[in-house]
Ligand binder design. Structure first.
Ligand SMILES: Nc1ncnc2c1ncn2[C@@H]1O[C@H](COP(=O)(O)OP(=O)(O)OP(=O)(O)O)[C@@H](O)[C@H]1O
Length: 635
């Protein structure tokens, strides 16, 4: 590898250097689990039941944390999936028809068969619903979740083989070999164990390549697809996972209650689950447990206290509960978990990277030889209604050159970038990447062939570290999926991804910032994060949209040095930039756009003396100084 570029002049942030606290967050989690184990046999019966319900609700809220807080999708319909899990096991354990079908299955195994049935039915319903509704965006998606939540709820009540509105009684208790799980105390242990295992699995998922892909969904489709992520597939998988968690909760619920009817699976309860996730802190797994605890206890206490306080019966608790939710959300806009984390932060030692697994290997592409035609756009036209944003543009980029695309505001540069990176399709014309026709293909296919890009308006995960953001750029160079991530079988690959990300961060001069939230950096530095992220994909062709905007003079020099170095390594670079001094000193060739059409193409010296270009930039003045970006006569 070649020498790193001059580091950007910067101070290491305080958060990255401080070291204090007593215990790590991992130790705190272990202490909580230990306390639960010790206290469980001593807790009063009623507390055990309430704690078990909290765990059941937490399981559903966990799915919503993933779906809403992490993936950016809102669902009001999760209670229906709880119902599917509950009804599946109720039917499998009690129906004469099921008894006939599954006569070979011993009675103690029927609940486990019910679990498999519930998971299978949930999987099918969620996959089908997800594939249809998750393409919707804005308020249409929540509305769709309300629609199918209601449909499933009414389906439960109208199916006579599910007992109609009366429901199904006589559900047997769960049994494990040698263990009687009839009592709430015994079953509660199972419920909490399932919850803690689920948290561990999801924590692992989020701390992985696939977790970063899931988090990227929240920023919208464009950035994630440009990193090579199939966003539709990820959204559907996330939706199915959240539904499966709800179904497991329903299964446990049915064997705890020993009867089911449609009421607990209605839309109100779906809204309550969403409250739990949001009130707890919708981006945090433990926020689900906190939210479920707060809301369950609040409802419980309101039911006890309000009749005493108000001296009568009525649904006062629902009214007061609603008002309290408004206050809580107003006070804790991000949920309660982030606030709790902030208050208790001094107790905890900062999390340090402790990757002991030897790094595995990432895919490496064979870079094309210098001079190879990387991208060839011919007669590319893009119309937005009557507006022609790109008018029959021809442009190519070869390996080992820096090609600049310049033009006044609104000339069509970003539109062209979107055409040649698969974000948008040209109305007419052809685009080839490494000789492959690309028209109509999604951005992830462009990324797969070796194109990486940055954005005019920075698109990063502001709350995640610079390291995680940059590692996202190497998504396509690794392969471990969801299951391997959950079971932590991806550690060697993950170590390699993070090592590669750190290497690119150092190379771009952002080393001291690797572990701080990317959103805390200045805008110019965030642009450099995007460049490091693009480089992590080991591209053959790099598209940079205004990379020098917001940088100071020394930072621009460091960036120019880095780009020159990349060119010498054989990368092809296409750059849109308004800083003419930067462009003229760096580019090998320049294409100039005006009103969507190419008005000049050639080396910088030729462009600087091109009268049409001068006219475009200055409206006729002929003494524009490209080296200093100034109009001589006007200065
Ligand atoms: N999605 C869209 N729908 C309608 N018009 C659009 C759309 N995107 C861009 N345009 C229009 O196309 C023209 C070119 O816009 P574009 O953003 O590509 O220019 P630009 O050269 O990148 O400008 P700037 O340097 O200011 O970023 C502008 O008139 C813009 O308003």
């Amino acid at each position: 590898m070649s020498t790193p570029a001059q580091p950007l002049p910067a101070q290491a942030p305080a958060a990255a250097t401080g070291a204090r606290g007593w215990i790590t967050r991992g130790q705190a989690t272990c202490a909580f689990v230990l306390a639960l184990i010790v206290a469980w046999p001593l807790l009063p019966d009623f507390t055990v039941v309430v704690a078990s319900y909290i765990a059941l609700y937490s399981l559903v809220a966990l799915g919503l944390v993933l779906l809403t807080g992490v993936g950016g999708m809102t669902s009001f319909g999760q209670a229906a999936f709880v119902g599917v899990g509950a009804y599946a096991t109720a039917w499998a354990c009690t129906s004469p028809q099921a008894a006939a079908w599954f006569s070979a299955v011993p009675a103690p195994l029927l609940p486990w068969l019910g679990l498999l049935l519930g998971l299978a039915v949930t999987f099918l319903i969620a996959w089908g619903l997800g594939a249809v509704t998750l393409r919707l965006s804005g308020h249409y998606l929540p509305l769709a979740t309300i629609a199918w939540g209601l449909s499933l709820y009414y389906l439960f009540g109208n199916m006579q083989f599910l007992g109609g509105q009366t429901g199904i009684t006589g559900i047997p208790p769960l049994r494990l070999p040698g263990l009687d799980l009839t009592s709430p105390r015994a079953l509660g242990v199972v419920v909490w164990t399932v919850l803690l295992v689920a948290i561990w699995l999801l924590h692992n998922l989020l701390d992985s390549r696939e977790g970063r892909a899931v988090r990227s969904l929240k920023t919208g489709q464009v950035m994630a697809e440009s990193m090579g992520i199939d966003t539709t597939r990820q959204r559907v998988k996330l939706f199915v996972l959240a539904a499966l968690l709800a179904a497991v909760s329903g299964w446990l619920y049915a064997h705890m209650q020993r009867f089911v009817n449609p009421t607990p699976f209605n839309l109100n309860i779906g809204i309550e689950f969403l409250f739990m996730a949001v009130v707890g802190g919708s981006g945090h797994l433990w926020g689900a447990v906190l939210g479920a605890t707060v809301i369950t206890l609040l409802k419980e206490k309101l039911q006890d206290w309000l009749p005493l306080l108000l001296g009568g019966s009525g649904n006062f608790e629902t009214i007061v509960f609603g008002l309290m939710m408004v206050l809580v959300l107003q006070r804790f806009a991000q949920g309660m978990w982030p606030t709790l984390s902030r208050i208790t932060a001094p107790l905890f030692k900062p999390t340090t990277a402790r990757r002991t697994t030897p790094a595995g290997r990432l895919d490496r592409r064979q870079l094309p030889a210098v001079g190879t035609r990387l991208m060839d756009a011919r007669a590319v036209t893009k119309r937005f209604g009557g507006l022609v944003a790109n008018d029959s543009v021809d442009l190519h980029v070869d390996a080992g050159e820096v090609h600049a695309l310049i033009g006044p505001n609104g000339a069509g540069k970003s539109t062209f970038f979107n055409m040649i990176s698969g974000v948008d399709d040209p109305t007419e014309g052809s685009i080839a990447l490494l000789s492959q026709p690309m028209a109509g293909k999604p951005s992830r296919e462009f990324a797969r062939l070796g194109l990486s890009r940055t954005f005019q308006h920075v698109r990063i995960l502001g709350q995640r570290s610079v390291l995680e953001n940059v590692a996202l750029g190497a998504h396509l160079r690794a392969h471990r999926g969801w299951l391997a991530s959950m079971l932590r079988l991806d550690r060697a690959e993950e170590a390699a991804l993070l090592a590669e990300a750190r290497r690119q961060i150092e190379r771009c001069g952002l080393g001291p910032f690797a572990d701080v939230p990317a959103g805390s950096l200045a805008l110019g530095q965030q642009r450099i994060v995007e460049i490091a992220r693009a480089l992590a994909g080991q591209p053959a062709l790099l598209l940079l949209d205004e990379p020098a905007a917001g940088l100071r003079h020394l930072e621009k020099q460091a960036l120019a040095q880095l780009l020159a170095q990349l060119r010498s390594e054989g990368l092809g670079i296409l750059i849109v930039e308004h800083d003419m001094e930067f462009v003229m000193n760096l580019a090998d060739r320049i294409t100039v756009l005006e009103f969507g059409a190419v008005i000049a193409e050639g080396p910088p010296a030729e462009i600087q003396s091109n009268q049409r270009v001068l006219d475009a930039y200055l409206g006729g003045a002929d003494d524009f100084d490209f080296a200093s970006d100034e109009k001589g006569s006007a200065a």
